[in-house]
Ligand binder design. Structure first.
Ligand SMILES: [Zn+2]
Length: 152
């Protein structure tokens, strides 16, 4: 058993909202602590959006994945409230995947939005009641597409 095997196991878990995007690519992983003597691993994650109903599912998936690593008999997952997730934690690949596969965009630091379909900067917020509690809906007047905005 090696710590990198545990990391690989965590990285194999995809976000339930985006079934082909790893939670590691989304920047959810804070730290992994492997105790080889006790054959246990502790995984610290940061939620993208506090209260996101997918959190329990993600924690369960991570636990199950870590338990498949040879030499690990117990796994625990905790959500860190002292770490703030922001879009800088996401990998470039994850951002691009969200844009192309899910038309999800991320709010820039200055609050503006860029359309993932046509690249327009004219995207306007529509409603805070999005398809899930983790996303809200915006509208691009240039290409007339609805755009989902990932909440941070
Ligand atoms: Zn557009």
């Amino acid at each position: 058993m090696s710590p990198s095997a545990v990391h690989d196991a965590v990285a194999s878990v995809n976000d339930p909202e985006y079934p082909d995007v790893s939670i590691v690519d989304l920047g959810l992983l804070v730290s992994i602590d492997v105790d080889e003597a006790n054959r246990s691993a502790t995984v610290d994650l940061v939620p993208t959006f506090t209260g996101c109903p997918a959190l329990a599912m993600i924690a369960g998936d991570v636990e199950a994945a870590v338990l498949t690593v040879e030499g690990i008999d117990s796994a625990s997952v905790s959500w860190r409230r002292d770490v703030v997730w922001d879009t800088d934690r996401m990998s470039f690949a994850a951002k691009r995947r969200l844009a192309t596969d899910y038309t999800v965009t991320l709010r820039r630091k200055d609050g503006t939005l860029r359309c993932p379909v046509c690249g327009s900067d004219a995207v306007t917020d529509q409603s805070m009641a999005g398809p899930s509690r983790c996303r809200s809906v915006a509208w691009c007047p240039s290409c007339r597409n609805p755009v989902e905005v990932m909440r941070a």
